[in-house]
Ligand binder design. Sequence first.
Ligand code: IPE
Ligand code: IPE
Ligand code: MG
Length: 229
Amino acid sequence: MREVPKHIGFIMDGNGRWAKARLMPRTAGHLAGLKALKKVIKGCVEEGVSYVTLYCFSTENWTRPKDEVDYLMGLFSEKIMGELPFYNENGIRLLTLGDISVLPDDARKALLEAVEATKGNTKITVQLAINYGGQDEICRAVNAALAEGITKITPEVIRAHFDNPDVPPADLIVRSAGEKRLSNFLLFDSAYSEFVFYDKLWPDWGAKDVSAAIDEYNSRTRKFGGVKQ
Ligand code: IPE
Ligand code: IPE
Ligand code: MG
């Protein structure tokens, strides 16, 4: 039987290259990427995936040109709440992942508002990873545990202090645009993830690509360090 991964993480890469190929500014690629993102989420809902993590902005992406960073922050503040009917019609509960305390006020408020407005949806949970870095996530969790007086750090303690401890580790991590690296995504929760890399640039993605990635996931044998006959 075809097994649907419970949690898929998407490294949405290639927006800039997509725009460059069309002689458009990189920002146009990000806008096109947003449209692809909706198609991919819909595909995940149709497949019955329970959790999706979308890598939207890394702790390293602040080093990009200011106009590009400003544009992305603008997308978070202006577009997220505008999609409320889409989330509610599809049963999407939004969560944020990453340190959003340092985001511009408008973006942070829009994200918190969207999380609040969708908290009753139960079909799928979508984590928006913004100002997210896997190293930062682990350090924040360890510091939170130390601040509580915990002196023995274990994998369980670290997980329990994550932003959303109830979200399980990623079964499948998918990256678009040909690059074969994690770029600081889900370092802890990718311990036993399967990886799928496709050359297609993110703005060209849709539900069919989700289905293809799940097919490829089904061709893998997960062993978690054990032995499978
Ligand atoms: C991914 O696309 C989107 C973000 C990192 C926000 P890129 O902007 O990295 O696109 P390329 O890699 O330059 O093509
Ligand atoms: C990873 O893509 C970050 C996001 C998708 C948000 P990058 O384009 O920033 O990663 P590198 O620089 O190619 O490793
Ligand atoms: Mg990139």
